[in-house]
Design a protein around this ligand. Structure first.
Ligand code: GDP
Ligand code: MG
Length: 451
C-alpha cells in the first residue's frame, strides 16, 4: 500500500533527522525527492508544490536553528500531509442500521459488503445483506456466495428487475437484523439513470449510512465522482477499495479530502478480512514508518475469539500448549490477513529490513503446518515429542499432508519456541500487552523471520 511513497517519506525524515547541517543543497534534494514521490502517488501537482514550498521555506529560515529546525520541519511535513488526508470520521452504530453502497461498476461494492459483514459480525452485530443490483445477471449470485461463506443471510431475487420490489418483498424479514447491508447496481459511467435509481432506492430504504465505494486506481477522478454523488445524495462517507493494487492511491485519498467526503474504510485486498477503518493520523504514521499499534491491536482483538483465548490461557497455566492450540492460533492469524500487512503495523518492524520473499515463505510455512497438524493422530497432537523418536510416524504424516519430514521438524521446533515464548509472556497477557513488550516481541520475530 503506497510502498514507494512510504519509502521516500521514511528516507526524507531520516535524512532530515541525520543531517548535521541543513544546507541549501540538501534541502533542494529532499524537496525534489518529496515532489517526485507525491506526484508518482498521484497527489495533485499544485498541492504538492504548495507543501514542498512551505517545507523549503522553513528549512532555509535562518531564525530557526539546529535540532529545533529539524523537529520543526518533520512536524511541518507531518501536519501538511495530514491536512492532505482530510478529516476522518468514525461510525457509531445505532440500534438499527442500514448501510447502502453506491458506486460505478467494478469499484468493489459487493466485495465491500462481505468485508463489512465480517467486520461487524466480529463486533456482535446481527447482519444481513440485500441485493438490489438488478442490472448484472450474476450480481445476486455473487452476493449470495460471498455471504454464504460468512454465514450471513443474503436476500436476493435474480428474476426481479425492480430493486424497489425486492426491498419490499423482504422488508418485514429485514426488521430482525440490526445491520442491513444494501448492495446496489453501478453503471460504466455516471449517468442520470443511475442517479435516479439510487435516489429512488434511498427514499425507500432510508439508509443510516450512504457509502460511496471507489477503487483507489480511479486516482484524482475520485474528486469528480465524489462531488457528483454527493450533490445527488447525502453521502455520509467514502470507502476506498483496492488500496493494495495501485501505487497511485494518493490521488483518490487526497481528492476525497478536497471535496470533504470523509473516508471511513479502506479495502486492502479481496478477502473479507481486508478492511481497515481509515484514521488519517494512524494512516500517516504508517506511511512515515512510525507503526500503528492502535490499528494492529484493534485487528488482533477482533480476530482472537475470547473463548479460545481463555481456554489457551488456562492451558498455559497448566503448562500444556498443544499443537492443537497452535493450529487455532495459526487459523486466527490467517484471519488477520497476510503476513506483510501484519508486520507493517508493528512499530519498529515497519522499518526492519525483511528480505523480499521471506514473508511469503513464512505464510507458505503456516499453510503447510496446518496440513501437517490435520494429518496427525490425537495422540501425536497432544505429545509431539513422540514424533521425534519415531521417524516412521513422521514419514506417514509427511505423506498424508504432502510435506516432508523437514517441514514437520520445523513445526515442532517452532511449537517448542512458541511454548517457551508464551510461557514467558503469560504473566503479562492477562493485562494485555504494553507498547514495550510489543516492541520486544516485534524485534524477536524480526530475527526469527530473517532465518
Ligand atoms: P462492484 O461491481 O462494485 O460490486 O465490484 P465487486 O465487489 O464485484 O468487485 C470488483 C472486483 O474487484 C472483484 O474482482 C473484487 O474481488 C475486486 N476487489 C474489490 N475490492 C478489492 C480490494 O480491496 N483489493 C483488491 N485487490 N481487489 C478488490
Ligand atoms: Mg456488485
Amino acid at each position: 500500500m503506497l510502498e514507494k511513497l512510504s519509502e521516500t517519506l521514511k528516507k526524507t525524515t531520516d535524512k532530515i533527522a541525520n543531517a548535521i547541517f541543513l544546507d541549501k543543497n540538501l534541502v533542494d534534494s529532499i524537496v525534489k525527492d518529496l515532489q517526485r514521490a507525491l506526484i508518482e502517488a498521484d497527489v495533485n501537482v499544485s498541492l504538492v508544490l504548495e507543501i514542498t514550498q512551505k517545507i523549503k521555506k522553513a528549512a532555509l529560515d535562518e531564525r530557526i536553528k539546529g535540532i529545533e529546525k529539524k523537529e520543526h520541519i518533520i512536524k511541518l511535513l507531518h501536519d501538511e500531509l495530514l491536512n492532505l488526508l482530510g478529516e476522518g470520521r468514525s461510525i457509531e452504530l445505532q440500534k438499527s442500521n442500514t448501510f447502502m453502497m453506491l458506486g460505478l461498476y467494478g469499484q468493489g461494492k459487493t466485495t465491500t459488503i462481505s468485508k463489512l459483514a465480517s467486520y461487524y459480525a466480529k463486533r456482535g452485530s446481527k447482519i444481513c445483506a440485500v441485493g438490489l443490483d438488478v442490472h448484472r445477471p450474476a450480481a445476486s449470485e455473487q452476493l449470495k456466495q460471498l455471504c454464504d461463506k460468512l454465514n450471513i443471510p443474503a436476500f436476493v431475487d435474480a428474476t426481479e428487475k425492480d430493486p424497489k420490489k425486492i426491498w419490499k418483498k423482504y422488508e418485514s424479514e429485514l426488521k430482525k437484523y440490526n445491520l442491513i447491508l444494501v448492495d446496489t447496481a453501478g453503471r460504466d459511467a455516471l449517468s442520470e439513470d443511475l442517479i435516479k435509481e439510487i435516489k429512488d432506492i434511498a427514499k425507500l430504504v432510508k439508509p443510516t449510512e450512504t457509502f460511496l465505494v471507489m477503487s483507489a486506481d480511479v486516482g484524482q477522478a475520485a474528486k469528480k465522482q465524489a462531488q457528483t454523488f454527493k450533490s445527488a445524495l447525502d453521502i455520509t462517507g467514502v470507502i476506498i477499495t483496492k488500496m493494495d493494487s495501485t501505487a497511485k492511491a494518493g490521488g483518490a485519498l487526497t481528492a476525497c479530502a478536497e471535496v470533504k467526503a470523509p473516508i471511513i474504510f479502506i479495502g486492502t485486498g479481496e478477502k473479507p478480512a481486508d478492511l481497515e477503518t481509515f484514521d488519517p493520523e494512524s494512516f500517516l504514521s504508517r506511511l512515515l514508518g512510525m507503526g500503528d499499534l492502535k490499528a494492529l491491536m484493534e485487528k488482533i482483538q477482533s480476530v482472537v475469539n475470547k473463548d479460545d483465548a481463555e481456554k489457551t490461557q488456562q492451558k498455559l497455566k497448566e503448562g500444556k500448549f498443544t499443537l492443537r492450540d497452535l493450529q487455532v492460533q495459526l487459523e486466527s492469524m490467517e484471519g488477520l490477513g497476510s503476513m506483510d500487512k501484519i508486520i507493517s503495523m508493528i512499530p519498529g518492524l515497519g522499518k526492519a529490513k525483511i528480505p523480499e520473499g521471506a514473508l511469503d515463505s513464512q505464510q507458505e510455512k503456516l499453510k503447510k503446518w496446518k496440513h501437517v497438524i490435520s494429518s496427525m493422530t490425537q495422540e501425536e497432537v497432544e505429545n509431539p515429542e513422540i514424533l521425534e523418536k519415531q521417524t516412521s510416524r513422521m514419514q506417514r504424516i509427511a505423506k498424508g499432508s504432502g510435506t516432508n519430514t523437514g517441514d514437520i521438524r520445523a513445526l515442532i521446533k517452532q511449537w517448542k519456541m512458541l511454548n517457551d515464548m508464551i510461557k514467558s509472556q503469560s504473566s503479562i497477557s492477562e493485562k494485555g500487552m504494553d507498547q514495550k513488550t510489543m516492541m520486544k516481541l516485534a524485534k524477536k520475530y524480526a530475527k526469527k523471520i530473517r532465518m
